[in-house]
Design a protein around this ligand. Structure first.
Ligand code: AMP
Length: 396
C-alpha cells in the first residue's frame, strides 16, 4: 500500500485532503471533533519530519459560493491547539494569495485552505481546478476516507498531477486494512449482520457478500420483505413490494452457495409507530392485521447470538429494530453485546454504516469491537464491491 510511512517529508510541502466536515453550532463552535482528531496523526507525522502541510477539506454543502456557516476558518482555534502550532489560513483555496501563502510555508508550518466547495468546480471533478490545487504542494496525501467514493477534484482528479508522489494517510490506511481484513482476508466462520430500514439500500451489499460469508443475518425493517416473500403475514410492517422477487432470489442464491441465511423467527410488534404503542411479541410470519414489527424478539436474539459468538469474522451494518425508541432497542443492543462478546473471544469485528455506529456508541461498546469504520457512504460502497475513485487514484 502507498502509505506515508514509506516517504520522508523533510522540506516537502504536503497537500493533504482531509475530511474536516464537522458539525458546528450557531456560534460556529465544533460540536463533534472526531473527524479532526482522526487526522492529527497524519499531519503530525509530516510536520515532525520537517515537512510543511497544506490542509484542504469541504464543510457542509454550500450551494452558491462562500457562506459564513460553512467557512473552515471556524476550525482554526481548535486545530492550532491540537497541533500545538499556529495554523495559517487562506480564505480562497486557489487564488494568488493561497499560492503565496503555500509557497512561503516553512518546515513544520501548517496552512488551512478555505472550503473547497466554495468553488463549484470541486464537486464537478474539474481538471483545471484540480491542477491549480496541485500547484500548492509537492506531495499529495489523501486522508479523507469519507469522501473516497466521490470523484471530486481534490479527492481523485488531483492525483494525476502527482504521478509518483501520492500517498494514503493513516485514516485511509486503517480503513482499507480493516475493511479488507473482513472482505478479503477473513477467517471463517464469517457472519454478516445486516439491518436497517430497507432492502433497497442494502441489496448491493447483500449481493457482494453472499459468496463470501458463512452466515448472513437479516434484521431491521427489511426482514419483513423476506418474510412476506416466503408467504408470511406481516401486518402493517415495513415492506418493499417491488423487492419481493429480489428477496426470493437472495434466499435461493444463499441455498445454492450453502450460506446460512438467518431471518428472524419472532418480532416485537406494536399497534402504532411510537414508543407509547401497545406492544406484543409475535411469530414474525404471523403478525396480526394493524400491527407492525419494530424489533426482533427473544428467540431470534438467542439464535443470532449463538451464531455471532461462534464466528471468527463479523461485519455489522444496520440496526435490528427501531433502536431510537427504548421499547424497540433490545434486539440491536443484544446483537451489539454479542458482537462485543465474540470479539472478546478472539473474533475480528467491523462495525460500519451510520446507524450501527450510532448504536455501538449508544451502548458504550465502541472499544469492545475490533474496528468502527468512520466511512459512512464510502464504507458502504466499498463493501458493495465498488471501486472507489479516491482509492483508485492513489493506487493507479
Ligand atoms: P438504514 O439507514 O437503512 O440503516 O436504517 C436505519 C433505520 O432503520 C433506523 O432509523 C431504524 O429505526 C430503522 N428500522 C429498523 N428496524 C425497523 C423496523 N422494523 N421498522 C421500521 N424501521 C426500522
Amino acid at each position: 500500500m502507498k502509505t506515508i510511512d514509506n516517504y520522508n517529508f523533510a522540506n516537502k510541502k504536503a497537500l493533504i485532503r482531509v475530511d474536516f466536515n464537522v458539525p458546528l453550532n450557531e456560534k460556529f463552535e465544533i460540536t463533534d471533533a472526531t473527524r479532526i482528531n482522526a487526522a492529527i496523526p497524519t499531519i503530525k507525522k509530516i510536520i515532525s519530519e520537517g515537512g510543511s502541510v497544506i490542509l484542504m477539506s469541504h464543510l457542509g454543502r454550500p450551494k452558491q459560493g462562500p457562506e459564513e456557516k460553512f467557512s473552515l476558518k471556524h476550525l482554526i482555534p481548535y486545530l492550532s491547539e491540537k497541533l500545538n502550532t499556529k495554523v495559517k489560513f487562506a480564505d480562497n483555496c486557489v487564488d494568488n494569495s493561497a499560492k503565496e501563502k503555500a509557497k512561503s510555508l516553512l518546515p513544520g508550518e501548517v496552512l488551512l485552505l478555505e472550503n473547497l466547495r466554495f468553488q463549484k468546480e470541486e464537486t464537478k471533478g474539474d481538471e483545471a481546478f484540480a491542477k491549480k490545487l496541485s500547484e500548492l504542494g509537492d506531495v499529495y496525501v489523501n486522508d479523507a476516507f469519507g469522501s473516497a467514493h466521490r470523484a471530486h477534484s481534490s479527492t481523485a482528479i488531483i492525483a494525476k498531477f502527482f504521478p509518483k508522489e501520492k500517498f494514503f494517510g493513516y485514516i485511509m490506511e486503517n480503513e482499507l486494512k480493516n475493511i479488507n481484513k473482513v472482505i478479503k482476508k477473513n477467517e471463517k466462520p464469517f457472519t454478516a449482520i445486516l439491518g436497517g430500514a430497507k432492502v433497497s439500500g442494502k441489496i448491493e451489499i447483500i449481493k457482494n457478500l453472499l459468496d463470501k460469508v458463512d452466515n448472513m443475518i437479516i434484521g431491521g425493517g427489511m426482514m419483513f420483505t423476506f418474510i412476506k416473500a416466503l408467504g408470511g403475514e406481516i401486518g402493517s410492517s415495513m415492506i418493499e413490494e417491488d423487492l419481493l422477487n429480489v428477496a426470493l432470489e437472495t434466499i435461493e442464491k444463499a441455498k445454492e452457495l450453502g450460506v446460512n441465511l438467518l431471518i428472524p423467527t419472532d418480532a416485537v410488534i406494536a399497534d402504532v409507530f411510537s414508543n407509547d404503542a401497545q406492544i406484543l411479541t409475535s411469530d414474525s410470519n404471523n403478525i396480526p392485521e394493524g400491527w407492525m414489527g419494530l424489533d426482533i424478539a427473544d428467540e431470534s436474539i438467542k439464535d443470532f447470538s449463538i451464531i455471532i459468538e461462534n464466528s471468527k469474522t463479523l461485519l455489522w451494518n444496520g440496526p435490528m429494530g427501531v433502536f431510537e425508541m427504548s421499547n424497540f432497542e433490545n434486539g440491536t443492543k443484544a446483537i451489539a453485546e454479542a458482537v462485543a462478546e465474540a470479539t472478546k473471544k478472539g473474533a475480528f469485528s467491523l462495525i460500519g454504516g451510520g446507524d450501527s455506529v450510532a448504536a455501538i456508541n449508544k451502548y458504550g461498546l465502541a472499544n469492545k469491537v475490533s474496528y468502527v469504520s468512520t466511512g459512512g457512504g464510502a464504507m458502504l460502497e466499498f463493501i458493495e464491491g465498488k471501486e472507489l475513485p479516491g482509492i483508485k487514484a492513489i493506487e493507479e
